[in-house]
Design a protein around this ligand. Structure first.
Ligand SMILES: Nc1ncnc2c1ncn2[C@@H]1O[C@H](COP(=O)(O)OP(=O)(O)O)[C@@H](O)[C@H]1O
Ligand SMILES: Cc1ncc(C[n+]2csc(CCOP(=O)(O)OP(=O)(O)O)c2C)c(N)n1
Ligand SMILES: [Mg+2]
Ligand SMILES: [Mg+2]
Ligand SMILES: [Mg+2]
Length: 332
């Protein structure tokens, strides 16, 4: 019987592919002990988050291993951004499917190395297993905030403005493009590449999250879909949100598609895979938000208002309410 997949042993993989990613972290103990050690500076709090990526659910089986690894790290960094935290380190659990050979695993590790450098973070430890099922990767990201300053989902009050960073719907359209679901010729090759890039590589808004400490009244990142995630924020805050669909920021690549098919906007605000920040702030901080946007060279757009009540209501340009088939992605 010919052996497929990785020809290295479990500990060879840890030594060769993953220990180098931990070398900058003394507390990782070169991945030779049972667990890592981490000091928390006085006056700070640790922020901890975990997200999993499963082949066929969060990424495509055909996606390149380095892109899968980087998306895994970035979706978790997006949760740190949502809390206003600075990245401190991460733990990684990998369940390799039978078809993952040594080269696949090394390219996955290379992707992590690339993003570790970009985001100034390193590996603290993890676990390595094989699975007869789809590839499954889980990452726990650790971040730091000055004690008591973490952004939360629960602080929005009626009268405030709802903002979103960047553009919405690109990741969803990128997935549609990758799976051949966009009408033929609907986007140029350059636009398709941009949208697919947004699906593969979210841009965790870490600088924005940290800058919003003591500014935003509530914040979260948009993973399930803008409507669904604003729904989470509204529920925890005990308020309602009016979302104005014509104000939702779209990229130059997405806009021609919504011009051709205006009904698509409702799918872009419920599609997910955005990894932008949505947050609320008092109306008198509008100037401050504008200054932050210029400072960070990142668009921040007012998309709605916080109202008394419950739930998210969408309105089109004419003021008519738009009812969504579903608010966003759910796993069950
Ligand atoms: N299996 C689980 N065990 C413990 N906490 C969980 C689990 N799944 C989700 N959570 C927590 O529930 C909250 C909502 O989860 P989720 O929708 O995944 O948030 P996010 O979109 O920010 O990742 C988060 O605080 C998360 O840490
Ligand atoms: C192949 C594939 N199909 C569908 C999607 C769409 N999708 C899957 S899970 C998800 C929501 C985000 O994932 P989740 O596990 O809920 O992350 P969290 O909200 O915890 O950050 C979306 C939009 C995708 N990213 N890839
Ligand atoms: Mg999650
Ligand atoms: Mg989140
Ligand atoms: Mg989710």
């Amino acid at each position: 019987m010919t052996k497929t997949g990785s020809t290295s042993g479990e500990f060879d993989i840890i030594r060769q592919a993953f220990a180098p990613l931990a070398s900058a972290m003394p507390g990782a103990l070169d991945l030779l002990d049972d667990a890592a050690l981490l000091d928390v500076p006085a006056g700070e709090q640790l922020v901890l988050t975990k997200d999993a990526l499963v082949a066929g659910v969060h990424f495509l089986e055909t996606d390149a291993p380095d892109l899968v690894a980087r998306k895994l790290l970035r979706t978790n960094l997006s949760d740190l951004a949502a809390m206003g935290a600075a990245p401190a380190g991460y733990l990684l659990a990998t369940a390799w499917s039978p078809d993952c050979d040594d080269a696949w695993i090394q390219r996955f590790a290379d992707g992590l190395r690339q993003d570790q450098e970009e985001f100034g973070i390193a590996l603290l430890g993890g676990d390595t297993v094989k699975t007869p099922g789809p590839k499954t990767f889980t990452l726990t990201a650790l971040g730091r905030v000055p004690r008591g300053t973490a952004l939360r989902r629960g602080g929005a009050t009626a009268g405030e403005t709802v903002y979103v960073s960047g553009t919405i719907g690109d990741g969803f359209l990128g997935l549609m493009s990758l799976t051949g679901k966009l009408p033929a010729g609907a986007v140029s090759k350059t636009d398709a590449e941009y949208l697919e890039g947004r699906y593969h590589l979210p841009r965790p808004r870490l600088a924005l999250g940290q800058r919003l400490r003591n500014v935003a009244s509530a914040c979260l990142d948009v993973s399930d879909g803008l409507v669904a995630d604003l729904g989470h924020l509204s529920e925890v805050s005990g308020v309602g949100i009016n979302l104005y669909l014509d104000q939702v920021p779209l990229s130059d690549a997405a806009r021609p598609l919504t011009e051709a098919d205006p009904a698509l906007v409702a799918r872009l605000v419920t599609g997910g895979d955005d990894y932008e920040l949505a947050f609320t702030a008092p109306a008198d901080l509008a100037g401050e938000i504008e200054a932050i946007s210029s400072e960070l060279n990142l668009s921040i757009t007012a998309v709605g208002t916080v109202v008394e009540g419950a739930g998210v209501r969408g309105f089109d340009k004419s003021g008519a309410e738009v009812v969504f088939d579903r608010a966003g992605w759910t796993h069950f």
